[in-house]
Design a binder for this molecule. Structure first.
Ligand code: GLN
Length: 279
């Protein structure tokens, strides 16, 4: 048995070669403490390492558990975040969202941020870690919030990213005002067929009614109550949802209007991020 045999187990199960190599690397690093540095220095991968790897790959393939849940961690914007099946695994697309949010926060010196549907807390924690803003992350799931709390402790930013159980704005007081509302809400239309790995993720984090638009609608409708004047609203978008969300942000609801609504594309040239400023 060698490392190629292990990679092949994944490939034979239908996992793309690049992904298979990446996953083996992640497992080696996490369970065998064997890093890229060891590879560069020519340290051998031992029989013991291979035995552990095979074990983990078999567990991964038995029911297509995402490798991040096996490891219990996921890499996001340069840091490792704790994850479990109680939270969505942070996606590379969400890095585009957070990068833009950080840019706006710095440019306009924004102070108070609300992250709706915080899940693992990856968005809230990264913003608190990289800017001077204070972030409140809310989620409907207590199990998700437990993970978010672990992540904030890991990063050592407890007083700047705080969490609260709340169904959207339900536990936000109207005198709590924010300079930005950010959200990567559940946006997959109910009934969409998903990859077997995605089925391990919490459905409350994935699916939304109204063709995937329900949470955008609810967040946008009430945003003016919780945003300071000129405050920003920024979302990650599901596929094909940009124009509906844009129209929600532009006077679809009485008294709700955002200016300069802009869309950013993802790596595959799909509309992925939308943001605008409350008028
Ligand atoms: N905010 C978390 C993330 O972006 C969780 C989002 C969700 O569960 N829909 O990864």
């Amino acid at each position: 048995m060698n490392i190629q045999t292990i990679i092949k187990l994944l490939i034979d199960a239908g996992i793309e070669e690049r992904e298979a190599k990446k996953e083996v690397k992640m497992l080696l690093e996490h369970f065998c403490n064997y890093t890229e540095k060891d590879e560069i220095l020519g340290h051998p991968i031992t029989e013991e390492h291979l035995r552990i790897l095979k074990n983990k790959v078999e567990a991964r393939l038995a029911d297509r558990t995402p490798v991040q849940y096996i490891i219990g961690e996921s890499y996001f914007m340069g840091k490792f975040f704790k994850v479990s099946p109680d939270v969505l695994i942070p996606r590379p697309e969400t890095e585009i969202l957070v990068t833009k949010a950080i840019e706006l926060i710095k440019e306009h010196d924004l102070k108070n941020i609300l992250d709706i549907g915080t899940g693992s807390g990856c968005i809230a924690c990264t913003i608190a870690d990289r800017t001077n803003a204070v972030v409140l992350g809310v989620d409907i799931s207590s199990d998700a919030l437990r993970i978010a709390l672990d992540n904030v402790t890991r990063l050592g930013i407890n007083n700047r990213a705080v969490f609260r159980k709340s169904d959207l704005y339900s536990k936000i007081r109207e005198d709590e005002k924010f300079d930005m509302i950010i959200s990567n809400p559940p946006y997959i239309p109910i009934g969409t067929e998903l990859e077997p790995e995605v089925k391990h993720e919490p459905s409350v984090a994935l699916f939304a009614e109204e063709n995937g638009l329900q949470l955008y609608r609810k967040i946008i409708m009430d945003a003016p109550k919780y945003l300071n004047k000129g405050g920003w609203l920024i979302f990650e978008l599901g596929i094909g949802e940009a124009s509906a969300v844009k129209s929600f942000m532009n006077e679809y609801f009485e008294g709700v209007n955002f200016e300069g609504v802009n869309i950013i594309k993802d790596f595959e040239n799909r509309d992925r991020i939308i943001y605008g400023r409350l008028i």
